[in-house]
Design a protein around this ligand. Structure first.
Ligand code: DLL
Length: 443
């Protein structure tokens, strides 16, 4: 049995206790919370009431957990259509915090928290940290952006609740981040995978070896990242890198998290009820099949989300986890249904490019996808950055690399792509989520 701080077995750590409930205990709790939250949303949110009335369902009709499938879905567009406060179930006098996520189409979507909601959020983040092996007494460098983005404050409160020391450095100013990391002796680093990558590159440029730092754990999320990327980060800093999942509409980071097994993310099911549906038909899929994750907040008062369509594609892992947690696991989210690019009729997800690049020696996972149209036909160009070392190398070596990358990408995505190798540091770096696609086809 593994232990957390001291000699306490993980099972008996009070932080993790809800992670180990027996199935029937958990389901009883979920049902009790589901009934309450459905009633709360019905009584206080006009959109929920109208949608439920339209399909002729009452809060009293929720008698079992399976009855959840009778409830109508909520979509991101519902937040936009009721902007800013239309889905709130609490009066503003009880709302202690607002966050927002920037949409691609103008107005952000706004989310709200009561003090109880903030407490739930801190507790799930505390459990997430604990399951990634962060303990009381650790020093957590929090490089998620602070502000309207939920990453910064979500991780901050969770780490404090755990009894760790937080360095609220936020994203950006990478040279300073590296100095702080070293001087303050950070054991854990929270950053988006793109920013993690940037920190690693910058350290290399400055001649800093991250392996000499006391870093032990990396906690990354907010965008898809691949297994090869995990290997890359772990090797560069001699640490373990864990995936953490969440979204503003549900609470922020802390909806789910990996554990020491690094085999899928446990969903904190006592607060967030997960379903996986066929995105076309809306039907709940048999356990194990891949589909869209739908989440219901079981205990969020200010803004209950009932059957929220995340657009994130994943599947449940059916076997029990070796860590002993009874919480269900989902596979890592590699793509969103609305991220999919259709190029000459072939489906492509940007994360496939990352995986392909990381398989080629000397290639960098800094890339940008540029889509254009020529004589009515889609053209796919992928800009890939050279390392400074490769850049000063012989032309023949660069040509060889280009060939290898072209081959790796074509065999991964199944269509031809023009690969353009670009000078080091020419593709914009991100302190948060990376922008990988420039689609010029509609213009
Ligand atoms: O990204 C919350 C967060 C902050 C999660 C920090 C983890 C760490 P949003 O900005 O609302 O919230 O974006 C949510 O990001 O629907 C997924 O598409 C994507 N996403 C989040 N975590 C992961 C992950 C935050 N671990 C959207 N893997 C979600 C893949 C992720 N995609």
């Amino acid at each position: 049995m593994t232990t957390l701080a001291g000699d306490q077995p993980e099972y008996f750590n009070p932080v993790s206790a809800p992670d180990f409930l027996m199935k029937d205990q958990l389901q009883r709790l979920q049902l009790q919370r589901l009934k309450r939250i459905v009633k709360r949303a019905y009584d206080n949110v006009e959109l929920t009431r109208n949608r439920m009335d339209d399909v002729g369902i009452n809060p009293e009709d929720i008698k079992t957990l399976a009855d959840i499938s009778k409830l109508p879905f909520v979509y991101k567009s519902d937040l936009r259509d009721t902007y800013p406060y239309g889905l709130f179930a609490s009066p503003m006098s009880e709302v202690v915090r607002l966050h927002a996520s920037s949409g691609t189409t103008g107005k952000p979507t706004v989310v709200a928290y009561t003090q109880d909601d903030i407490d739930v959020w801190s507790s799930v983040m505390q459990r997430a940290f604990a399951s990634c092996g962060v303990h009381a007494g650790d020093i957590v460098q929090n490089s998620y952006g602070y502000g309207l983005f939920t990453g910064g404050l979500g991780a901050h409160y969770g780490a404090e609740a755990l009894g760790a020391t937080v360095i609220p450095v936020s994203g950006g100013n990478t040279d300073r981040q590296l100095m702080i990391m070293k001087d303050f002796g950070a054991n854990a680093l929270c950053a988006t995978p793109s920013y993690f990558l940037h920190i690693i590159d910058r350290a290399e440029q400055l001649g800093i070896d991250l392996k000499d730092m006391p870093l032990r754990v990396g906690i990354s999320g907010a965008e898809p990242w691949s297994e090869p990327m995990r290997t890359h980060c772990e090797a560069a800093a001699n640490m373990k890198a864990y995936d953490i999942y969440g979204l503003s509409e549900i609470i922020g980071p802390g909806v789910g998290s990996e554990c020491r097994c690094q085999k899928g993310l446990h969903i904190f099911e006592d607060h967030f009820y997960p379903e996986i549906i066929d995105p076309e038909t809306g039907e709940v899929l048999p356990e194990g099949q891949e589909g869209e994750l739908v989440l219901t907040t079981l205990s969020k008062d200010a803004m209950p989300m009932i059957r929220y369509r995340t657009r994130d594609i994943t599947s449940f892992i059916t076997e029990p986890c070796e860590c002993g947690r009874t919480l269900r696991r989902i596979n890592r989210i590699g793509r969103r249904s609305d991220d999919m690019l259709v190029i000459r009729g072939v489906n492509l997800f940007p994360s496939q490019i990352e995986s392909a690049l990381l398989k080629v020696e000397n290639a960098q996972p800094h890339y940008q996808i540029i889509l254009t149209k020529e004589k009515g036909l889609d053209q796919l160009e992928i800009e890939v950055e050279l390392t400074a070392e490769m850049f000063s190398d012989q032309v023949s070596k660069i040509e060889q690399l280009q060939k290898k990358i072209t081959h790796a990408i074509e065999t991964t995505i199944g269509i031809s792509a023009k690969i353009r190798l670009v000078e080091p540091n020419t593709i914009a770096r991100s302190e948060g989520k990376a922008k990988r696609v420039i689609d010029k086809r509609e213009q």
